[in-house]
Ligand binder design. Sequence first.
Ligand SMILES: Nc1nc2c(ncn2[C@@H]2O[C@H](COP(=O)(O)OP(=O)(O)O)[C@@H](O)[C@H]2O)c(=O)[nH]1
Ligand SMILES: [Mg+2]
Length: 463
Amino acid sequence: MVLDDLGSSLRDSLGQLSGQSRVTEEDVEDIVKEIQRSLLQADVEVSLVMDLSDSIKERALEEESPAGTSARDHVLSIVYEEMVDLVGDSTEIPLENQTILLAGLQGSGKTTTSAKMAWWFAKKGLRPAIVQTDTFRPGAYDQAKEMASRAEVDFYGDPDEEDPVEIARKGLEETDEADVHIVDTAGRHALEDDLIAEIEEIERAVEPDRNLLVLDAAIGQGAKDQARQFDDSIGIDGVAITKLDGTAKGGGALTAVNETDSSIAFLGTGEEVRDIERFEPSGFISRLLGMGDLKQLTERVERAMEETQQEEEDWDPEDMLKGEFTLKDMRRQMQAMNNMGPLDQVMDMIPGMGGGLMDELPDDAMDVTQDRMRDFEVVMDSMTELELENPRAIGASQVERIARGSGKDEERVRELLEQHKMMSQTLKQFQGMGQGNMERMMKKMGGGGGGGGGMGGMGPFGD
Ligand SMILES: Nc1nc2c(ncn2[C@@H]2O[C@H](COP(=O)(O)OP(=O)(O)O)[C@@H](O)[C@H]2O)c(=O)[nH]1
Ligand SMILES: [Mg+2]
């Protein structure tokens, strides 16, 4: 994740302010140093870092903290506001007819992102189509087609046509029933003149409403030149940062945003079509400061719940937050997770779960891989209603019977029970936050962009 360790290091420095009503110049220096270190490590450009730290320093020392606000909350809110300012608003993506052109180097994630975006638009009720114009990379057509089918969206490409401009033109015609056209382009290993010429021609042919630059989170300072060149040739309206699920820091993308005077549109967090998030500055910064992103979480949860509920009409997701967590809940949870993305990412968005707390959980608490999930489902099919509702009552003889019935190892059955226990413990911590608490925080976080006023007493920074 971008600036992953900023949250924890900031927490440490801010912790030192605990109980103080005023900040000293020394305190501010310490905090700013932490921020600089994290940003530079994340490959954010030096001049950007300096600008940011100057404004934080100035404001922290000059502005009076509002009555009743601790020095810590005051500084935190300034850091938060300045960081939100640095990343800027997210690129406007209206939910209407439009054509979006994706540009970027080979391997940056364009094809994957085009399918993800199409999936995202489809979830919003629009009809998207992907037009695949990469004639450069062998296999590009098959890959794009396969991803489009996974996203269940319209697709046009032509493996026999050599002219990408021709494909683009024809693609728009052939998919004219779609509302949103996403035009995927070829890349090269490095920026070359013919790539630029090609994308300019495609641009002229499709007349996109917006051009998005797709950047791998791992890109460092190289982001600047790349962004500059694409911006000079076709104009960049927004950036999609991919592979944020990896170890990459993503700071280069912030540099690109700054260089092109654009903004971040989408974040890619995995290889599947569902692994996409709309960039949301306030939530993004809250999350990286370790405060969790309630807005994103609610959106994801709602989306997943909607889909799961189509499968199981009678299920009330709130039950999970209240009562006993049974194997039936776990099965529904696994289905919901399928629709929502990995549980650890979801957990990261819960205030108090992000940052430190997640590290304290056993690693494999969240590790329910697709294969295991499928096995678990089969195993659960061999359980009685009673066993599903009372997993604790399952003894050795039942394990043996269930294993026989499901054709899985006894080991697998025990793994499932173990997994259930861990998830149930995890959820207990979640429950501990209390419903009212959650709702209050959601209100504070909602509405986006609204400065630090709503942050007192939240998450790990709370008093
Ligand atoms: N882990 C991860 N992998 C990604 C993500 N986006 C793309 N990839 C992978 O990166 C590789 C290149 O992606 P692709 O879409 O083909 O890039 P393109 O050459 O720009 O079209 C593929 O193996 C993708 O599966 C992401 O958000 N997370
Ligand atoms: Mg591609």
